[in-house]
Design a binder for this molecule. Sequence first.
Ligand SMILES: Cc1ncc(C[n+]2csc(CCOP(=O)(O)OP(=O)(O)O)c2C)c(N)n1
Length: 285
Amino acid sequence: MVRRSPPDFAHYLAKKYMRTEMLPTAFCPGCGLGIIERAIIMAIDELGKDLWERTVFVSGIGCSGWIPVYFKCDVLHTLHGRALPIATAIKVCRPELNVVVTMGDGDSMAIGGNHLIHAARRNIDLTVVVANNMLYSLTGGQVAPTTPQNVYTNTTPYGNFEPNFNLMELMKAAGATYFARWTTWHFVQLKNSIKKAMEHRGFAVVEVVSQCPTYAGRYILGKPDPRDFMEWFKENSVPVEKSKEMSEEELQGKIVVGEFFKRSDRREFAEKVHTLIRAARGDSG
Ligand SMILES: Cc1ncc(C[n+]2csc(CCOP(=O)(O)OP(=O)(O)O)c2C)c(N)n1
């Protein structure tokens, strides 16, 4: 790879936290993943520099798997759907680390769905950022468990007839202890939720409904301009408090956003493992 010095125009946060010699990113112009990268960097920057030094990123495969690859940090770009078992091993072996996992909707809820529910059941202290672009992007726009109904994709030429997953309900039932959902339009709220998720001791999930102008733009929105996605997110988002007063019919096609739950009544998994190890060794200290 040709090494270049940081471009002069690079933002100071990019110079501080990114492998600028790798820029520009491989993302398509207008992709939401750059917004998510910036939200993660700003969250860590606001939480303090030493946090960056003890942060490890783990990602799966997909466009979203590339989110942390540009970070000047320890990064494991693993296998499709398998980021969570690897992140679990890191957290159990090195509980002092801030382990952040980035996954796509297919990565987390399709191939990696089983790992996701079990990580939530264990309440392991991980921050999981799910970039939900409503289909599989890296592989060319196939249907995902999050694709809206009736949408035409590469693999649903007659329209998607499958109901989709609500990640919040799934995580609530499985035992996660923090959940927030935003779109890339809600940048400040997203950054603040990522901060809270990192500060939370337990399995914390932040879902980001994100634009893929290339495939979701063409298939779901019918127009590939990222600005239309921003308008769509802005006009169709409903705060969780307001959604409680709305009927199911009124909520059709809406994206409910906000902080949905935060629990502190479940013990964290790595702590339980280390308590057990100490007890087994007869070490009371
Ligand atoms: C075991 C395995 N199965 C399938 C693939 C092919 N594959 C790579 S990425 C991907 C889907 C990506 O979709 P998503 O997780 O939603 O991420 P996005 O690209 O949309 O960010 C698939 C099916 C793979 N790499 N490995």
